[in-house]
Every structure is written in structure tokens, then in C-alpha cells.
Design a protein around this ligand. Structure first.
Ligand code: PGA
Length: 241
């Protein structure tokens, strides 16, 4: 089974910066790398240029950072899954903690968006993760399991869903890298669910990626800051081999 190695650009990079990055990835990955499934999730403005740069049928998947559950309509500021697909996306990131914290994303909207992605044949990448308070209270694995179960509930094909375990306390510039024993319980809980694969995300970098990839229950890495430089991303892809 392939290891998934991908990055979200979050709210960084112009279209030309994203295109240069994608061109470097295309050149390095060629017809594909055995055992690794790379993916890039740019800002919405750069999705089509990244997908076009990678080319049709590319072994590198392009994704969107969010998509609405409705196919079209009066939802100002949103994009739909069909629109994301039209721009070249094959993955839909759903429920990132930054969206749960700042944009009213809930377990219900995550489930609806997961259903929308599956309905249109795109792969949902559902992010789950506990807060520092939940971790300190010993409830981390329960919170993570409940979020993931809520996303998978009632789905036509839960086995097509990717889960990204991203502890909130590990994400971003104020986060800190995890210790193995802090994330093992949630990874064990997620391994019992019928998802396609479980990725780890949160302060991943070139130093910790090797041991994170060897943790039981980890089938890939979802990287933010450390992969915004394309050389670092390609080094991470090489680690997935
Ligand atoms: P980070 O972000 O690698 O910058 O901590 C991870 C994420 O939000 O997926």
C-alpha cells in the first residue's frame, strides 16, 4: 500500500509560485514513485494552475482545502465539489482544525461535505484532532474517534475516505511536535475504523518524519509549513519510499 505524502499550502503562494512548485514536483516525480502517493492542496485560486501544471492523469493528486456540501447555489464565498473537480481537484480536504475553530465547521458539516465529495467521486481527506485540554484530560483518543465516526456515519463508501489525525496542539507555529506515546492512542482508535488510510499531520518536518512514518497506524503524512519549500517537500516524498 502506498504512503500518502502531501501538503496544504494553506493561505500562501500566488498562482505563479504554486505553478513553479508544481512544475518542480512534476519533474521530480515523473511517471510516479512506487510506494508513494504525493498530493498538493493549494489555495482555491491556484488549484487549476497546479492541476494543469501537473497534467491530466498525473501521479500527483491535486486537492482543495474546503468545498461546500451543496452542488451549487447562493453560498457566497464557497466553492462546490463539482467546481473543485472542474478545476482539476481529486481530493477534498474537510474539517481542518483551523476551519473548525474559525469558520464554524462542525461534525455535521464535515459529514455533509464528506458525502458531497464521495457523491462526485472525489477523495475526502477528513481532518480530526483533539485540543490540548482534551489531551490533558485523557480524552484525546475518544474525541478523535468521535470526530472520525461522525464523518464516516452513513457514508456510501467509508472505505474511500482518508483520515488525517492532526492534534490541534501540534499544528502550526504555536504547535509543538508530538511524542510517540501522545499520539499512539488516537492512531490505534482510528485504525479500527473502515477508512482507506490514516495520515498524521501537525509539526511534521524532515527530522520527525522518519519515525512518524514507522508508527503503527500511520500510512502517510500531511504537512504544512515544513513542505512549503519544494525541496523540503521532495525530501519528504523521498522519505516515504
Ligand atoms: P503544520 O500544519 O505542519 O504547519 O503544523 C499541519 C496541518 O495543519 O495540516
Amino acid at each position: 500500500m502506498s504512503r500518502w505524502i502531501g501538503t496544504s499550502f494553506k493561505m500562501t503562494k500566488t498562482r505563479s509560485e504554486a505553478a513553479s512548485y508544481a512544475a518542480r514536483v512534476r519533474a521530480a516525480v515523473g511517471d510516479g514513485i512506487d510506494g508513494v502517493q504525493p498530493f498538493l492542496i493549494p489555495s482555491a485560486t491556484a488549484v487549476s494552475v497546479v492541476a494543469d501544471t501537473l497534467g491530466p492523469g498525473s501521479p500527483v493528486l491535486t486537492g482543495v482545502q474546503n468545498a461546500h456540501w451543496d452542488d451549487e447555489g447562493a453560498w457566497t464565498g464557497e466553492i462546490s465539489v463539482p467546481q473543485a473537480a472542474d478545476a482539476g481537484a481529486r481530493l477534498v480536504e474537510i474539517g481542518h482544525s483551523e476551519r473548525r475553530a474559525h469558520f464554524a465547521e462542525t461534525d455535521d458539516t464535515v459529514r455533509l461535505k464528506t458525502a458531497a465529495a464521495l457523491r462526485h467521486g472525489l477523495t475526502p481527506l477528513v481532518c480530526v484532532g483533539e485540543s490540548a485540554a482534551a489531551r490533558d484530560a485523557g480524552r484525546g483518543a475518544d474525541v478523535v474517534r468521535a470526530q472520525a465516526e461522525a464523518a464516516l456515519e452513513g457514508q456510501s463508501d467509508p472505505g474511500a475516505v482518508l483520515l488525517a489525525y492532526e492534534p490541534v496542539w501540534a499544528i502550526g507555529e504555536h504547535g509543538r511536535p508530538p511524542r510517540p506515546e501522545e499520539i499512539a492512542p488516537a492512531l490505534a482508535a482510528l485504525a479500527e475504523l473502515p477508512a482507506r488510510a490514516v495520515l498524521y499531520g501537525g509539526s511534521v518536518d524532515l527530522r520527525n518524519a522518519p519515525w512518524l512514518l514507522e508508527l503503527p497506524g500511520v500510512q502517510g503524512l500531511f504537512v504544512g509549513r515544513a513542505a512549503w519549500d519544494v525541496d523540503a517537500f521532495l525530501d519528504l516524498v523521498a522519505l516515504g519510499l
